[in-house]
Write a protein that binds this ligand. Structure first.
Ligand SMILES: Nc1nc2c(c(=O)[nH]1)N[C@H]1C(S)=C(S)[C@@H](COP(=O)(O)O)O[C@H]1N2
Ligand SMILES: [Mo]
Length: 384
């Protein structure tokens, strides 16, 4: 079976398009790989992610689904060794029937697959850290159905997830041996697509990505996607672990009546964001500029591209996956007859709620004093 390129698709008749759509395996759709007569144009200065890091390399991105070996990894307490044979999941706290499940018992529950973009909220905070993102198909079982099975008490307000990984933490001058933990408010935990996941892109979850079981919270930054889960606890109050209330908080100022009002918020939902991923040059000299844009699930309204501080121009969004609200959207733009020399390319995403990807000097970024949630525009330079 031959895969039609995006351009031949666009040129093709309706019948050809319909045929190609049924034949095309969804998982391989993405940017066209550079055509044989196209050359990759490098960025200046080299803002690419170093090759020795397991992160997404934007300029090599062609697939809408990130292959498992290119999914980035982050661990705050190191990578634990989990004995899968002894692994059990406990569900306790304000539930009517506390549960203990083996991995087989969990896997015997009804399966659910969700496609979602995983992004570390530190992604984009500096030019060398822009590949902490992936888009994958996550398979597991519904958290909501498990919580319903355990039976929620009227007092239930919050659901806490504890990982196997632990470290000594000092809180108010005392040391505690603490497990990595994050929580979701009950309403968030009961959302449709939140799953306890053991498989990614049809393969078992790797130990580094949280095996045997991790949480998948579509639309949320990956700090909420607790890995190596062994205990779920339902509380009747808010949970304030290090990764809820001390780390992964954003401090942002807003000028109110000439005074700065400082607001400290928790890192939660993914911001509206985009990037110029790759530039290729065709034989005729035209540049093909491709990129990606993503949100917390709010539909994208548009993505625009600005060349050399000129007018913002709308780019073409990939229509095949636009219904897929928790996954990134690929886009492309053709720049005919670009003059020789150095050029600046920057993209900007706007969502249907009117949130526009800010610049570095917009108050929401300028007055942000912590590095998480860095969704500022990401200018890239090329020379042709
Ligand atoms: N148990 C546990 N879960 C965790 C973390 C951790 O340190 N321990 N790090 C979080 C952070 S900050 C990120 S960015 C994601 C990274 O997921 P990945 O390693 O699968 O890419 O896991 C999250 N879940
Ligand atoms: Mo992260």
């Amino acid at each position: 079976m031959t895969l039609l390129s995006r351009r031949s698709l666009l040129k093709g008749s309706v019948a050809t398009v319909a045929l190609a759509m049924t034949q095309r395996p969804l998982s391989v759709f993405g940017f066209d790989a550079p055509e044989p007569d196209e050359e990759l144009v490098g960025f200046l200065p080299d803002q690419m992610i170093p090759k020795d890091r397991t992160m997404l390399r934007w300029d090599e991105l062609t697939l809408w689904i990130t292959p498992n070996d290119q999914i980035f990894k982050v661990a705050h307490y190191g990578y634990p060794e989990v004995n899968v044979a002894d692994w059990k999941l406990e569900v306790g706290g304000w539930v009517k029937h506390p549960l203990t499940l083996t991995l087989d018992e969990l896997k015997n529950r009804r399966h659910k697959t969700v496609t979602a973009t995983l992004e570390c909220s530190g992604n984009g905070s500096n030019p060398g850290f822009m590949g902490a993102i992936a888009n994958a198909r996550w398979t597991g079982t519904s958290l909501r159905s498990l919580l319903k099975h355990a039976g929620l008490h009227d007092r239930a307000r919050e659901v806490v997830f504890f990982g196997v990984d632990q470290k000594t933490e000092n809180v108010r001058s005392q040391d505690f041996e603490m497990h990595f933990s994050r929580s979701l408010a009950l309403e968030e935990a009961m959302a449709d697509d939140v799953i306890l996941c053991w498989e990614v892109n049809g393969e078992p979850l790797s130990p580094r990505n949280g095996a045997p079981v991790r949480l998948v919270v579509p639309g949320w930054f990956s700090i909420a996607w607790t890995k190596w889960i062994t205990r779920i606890e339902v509380l009747d109050r808010r949970f304030m672990s290090k990764y809820m209330g001390r780390e992964y908080v954003t401090i942002r100022g807003e000028e109110v009546d000439g005074k700065m009002l400082w607001k400290e918020t928790q890192v939660g939902l993914i911001d509206t964001k985009s990037i110029v991923a790759r530039v290729t040059r065709r034989k005729d000299g035209a540049l093909r500029i491709t990129g990606a844009a993503w949100t917390d699930g709010t539909p994208l309204d548009r993505v625009e591209l600005q060349i050399d501080d000129g007018d913002w121009q709308q780019v073409e969004l990939d229509r095949h996956h636009r219904h897929d609200k928790h996954s990134w959207t690929f886009w492309s733009f053709v720049w005919e007859n670009p003059p020789a020399g150095e050029h600046k390319l920057v993209s900007r995403a706007t969502d249907k709620d009117g949130r526009v990807q800010p610049t570095l000097t917009d108050p929401e970024i300028k007055n942000k004093r912590t590095y998480w949630e860095a969704n500022q525009q990401f200018p890239r330079k090329i020379r042709i």
